[in-house]
Design a protein around this ligand. Sequence first.
Ligand SMILES: *[C@@H]1O[C@H](CO)[C@@H](O)[C@H](O)[C@H]1NC(C)=O
Ligand SMILES: *[C@@H]1O[C@H](CO)[C@@H](O)[C@H](O)[C@H]1NC(C)=O
Ligand SMILES: *[C@@H]1O[C@H](CO)[C@@H](O)[C@H](O)[C@H]1NC(C)=O
Ligand SMILES: *[C@@H]1O[C@H](CO)[C@@H](O)[C@H](O)[C@H]1NC(C)=O
Ligand SMILES: *[C@@H]1O[C@H](CO)[C@@H](O)[C@H](O)[C@H]1NC(C)=O
Ligand SMILES: *[C@@H]1O[C@H](CO)[C@@H](O)[C@H](O)[C@H]1NC(C)=O
Ligand SMILES: *[C@@H]1O[C@H](CO)[C@@H](O)[C@H](O)[C@H]1NC(C)=O
Length: 363
Amino acid sequence: MIGFATPLLALTAALALPSLTVAQSWQDHANSTDPTFECTAYSFAPVVAMVSSYVGSTIWQIATLQTADSDAVALFNSLNSTIPKINPKGTPAGDFSNTTPTYPASDPDCWWSWHQCTTPKISGIPTDITRCPTPNTWGLTVDDGPNCSHNAYYDYLNTINQKATFFFIGSNVMDWPLEAQRGLAEGHEICAHTWSHRYMTALTNEQAFAELYFSKKAIKDVVGITPQCWRPPYGDVDDRIRYIAQALGMQTVIWVEDTKDWQYPTLNQSVIDTNYQNIITKAQNGTYNNAGILVLNHELNNFTMSEQTTWLPKIQAAFKYVTPLAVCNNNTNPYVEQGWTYPVRLLHSSPSPRSQLTSAVTL
Ligand SMILES: *[C@@H]1O[C@H](CO)[C@@H](O)[C@H](O)[C@H]1NC(C)=O
Ligand SMILES: *[C@@H]1O[C@H](CO)[C@@H](O)[C@H](O)[C@H]1NC(C)=O
Ligand SMILES: *[C@@H]1O[C@H](CO)[C@@H](O)[C@H](O)[C@H]1NC(C)=O
Ligand SMILES: *[C@@H]1O[C@H](CO)[C@@H](O)[C@H](O)[C@H]1NC(C)=O
Ligand SMILES: *[C@@H]1O[C@H](CO)[C@@H](O)[C@H](O)[C@H]1NC(C)=O
Ligand SMILES: *[C@@H]1O[C@H](CO)[C@@H](O)[C@H](O)[C@H]1NC(C)=O
Ligand SMILES: *[C@@H]1O[C@H](CO)[C@@H](O)[C@H](O)[C@H]1NC(C)=O
């Protein structure tokens, strides 16, 4: 079997023969749909080197800024005094019991977790994207990947020629770099979902900046493009966090409909199936005749991915379009890199995989 070179061998190959030795590629990791095999950790030399250079960002820990990350520190220092003076709320695990009793009913911070505010109170910050402007469109937005076990689900999306917007967690990108590369290579749109998936409004300015900065950097370094969109974990955002995201060139994206697939097994399957069915019913009764919707889905685990494979044919039948975020916004240039043009035909999908695309990290 190709792949799974020892770190030492792979590193040697990377240093000595950068363009000749294909020790690992995303295709090698896309053949298997055995979750045990897929989720066996592997060592991908360029990413091993990268991890040690991301001084302030340990995988699955809250990102921080450290002196050695001089570019990040310089950018942060140039911004910090301009960040809205809003205090952090609650804890990074989402305990807001210290905040909610005294938080003003007027919602001065446009705190989504309070009453789903998406229109900033501070001027100069763009309104969150929650919809597909095109009527009767399901914007397929899928959080928390790349999941190591996603091959069956990505294979299925190919069979129905369906593209999605994937909100990748930086720590997952570092753990599963080849799985991240598969997402872009097959024509999906990539946005960021922070470094370690914490409640962002709980973090200091430095931490919130680092969570966004390093998730964006991980996607650039591993996949090769710079995303300009991000989604706050749990939707937890306020004007302070929106401001930091905007300063980093990232538009905040929320949703209109939540399948609540992420709450399984706390919510049983019948509840989640009912949520899917209700969204479909609304499409059929004209609820989305004036504007389409972004729907919250996940590649969190086998359940959330299997549910999509069950429901997507019905979704494609009920909605006029099922598309990534960029497609329903006619955004042909979703990334900073101008050489990369996104095909925005309004089909159930966008056209063929971008096979000519080269990833940032190759051996
Ligand atoms: C996986 O796919 C790659 C690319 O198509 C191929 O070269 C490789 O032999 C395949 N590996 C296995 C184990 O089938
Ligand atoms: C950034 O600004 C906040 C207050 O807005 C302050 O508490 C913090 O110390 C500043 N951080 C740095 C590194 O200057
Ligand atoms: C699923 O949850 C609903 C609502 O909590 C409940 O009415 C139903 O009995 C549950 N079904 C199963 C199969 O557990
Ligand atoms: C459409 O269906 C939804 C879900 O069943 C319902 O809440 C809504 O009131 C319906 N709207 C119309 C216009 O019938
Ligand atoms: C990926 O999915 C598997 C189930 O297929 C699950 O056990 C695992 O926790 C998921 N990984 C992450 C990082 O969510
Ligand atoms: C994933 O979910 C599907 C559908 O519920 C099920 O048939 C399959 O056995 C599950 N796979 C694993 C590895 O749990
Ligand atoms: C996208 O382009 C199509 C075709 O020109 C147009 O009909 C549609 O209104 C545009 N949608 C948006 C959101 O700009």
